[in-house]
Design a protein around this ligand. Sequence first.
Ligand code: KG4
Ligand code: ZN
Length: 326
Amino acid sequence: RRDLLMLGIETSCDDTAAAVVRGDGEILSQAISSQVLLVKWGGVAPKMAEEAHALAIDQVVQKALDDANVSESDLSAVAVTIGPGLSLCLRVGVHKARKIAKVFGLPIVGVHHMEAHALVSRLVNKDLNYPFLALLISGGHNLLVLAQNLGEYVQLGTTIDDAIGEAYDKAARWLGLDIRKGGGPALEELALEGDPNSINFTVPLRQHKDCNFSYAGLKTQVRLTIESRNLCTDDIPISSATEEDRQLRANIAASFQRIAVLHLEDRCQRAVEWALKMKPSIKNFVVSGGVASNQYVRTRLNHIAEKNGLQLVSPPPSLCTDNGVS
Ligand code: KG4
Ligand code: ZN
């Protein structure tokens, strides 16, 4: 509906994001402030992240309103991420949403962060109908879900330890990459220079015939490989590595990426088979969450979709990573 105007607020992790979206799905604005805490601390420190959200939230929301050329009084409702995420951080967004809702007498819509990652696909692909299969891959989650209807989901698989994004982030840091724009993108770029078949990492959980994931073991394999080659990459950034050392790091990055994604492919192939048995009318395979902005991931999963007669639906990178639109 064109007459509805929603303000969306997201502060579940390290990005402070807001957007204004019209009821018919038209995105009127998107504002985001990303934290660089990851670089300094090698992870998201909740208390520092909370402070950064608190500093940024008013400006980010104002920017989203200004860019959309609307004021709070034009809004129909406020939507805000209520979980899962870091509770200290979520509180900043929820507090802001409640303040606006109270002053302007608006309803609040609480949004599940992973549901948002899945359903944003319906904004960009208007033909995406239920039921569909979704793979949601981010820094904290690795989910395979059969979406039967709005709010009706069957979880087919999840991670038993780490999510793939966490593995990318740690591997990138250990390889001494410049992770100011995120570990995932940095590792993807370096992997382009490497030989993906040069190091034999083991594909996780091959003997488990289910749809669950595990990335902790692969992370350890990367760490041990780095240590066994005496790379000391935490201390020596890749910018000051020798040519030979750089090539070795690129080989590790490319081999890691090949196996990390092969693990996704294994589980997705099985999930597609399970899902089609449960709902033979499935036409689409949705891939979303921060890691879905990776080109290699998209290409490999597109292959799985095509092989099974499904169409891959993956939002543009700006809607795969955390944002206010979803
Ligand atoms: O969905 P998201 O923005 O936040 C969470 O909900 O966690 O996902 C962030 C994760 C991070 O681990 C980041 O390194 C990863 O997504 N990521 C990528 C790429 N872009 C973001 N991983 C691999 N390749 C990328 N191009
Ligand atoms: Zn996310």
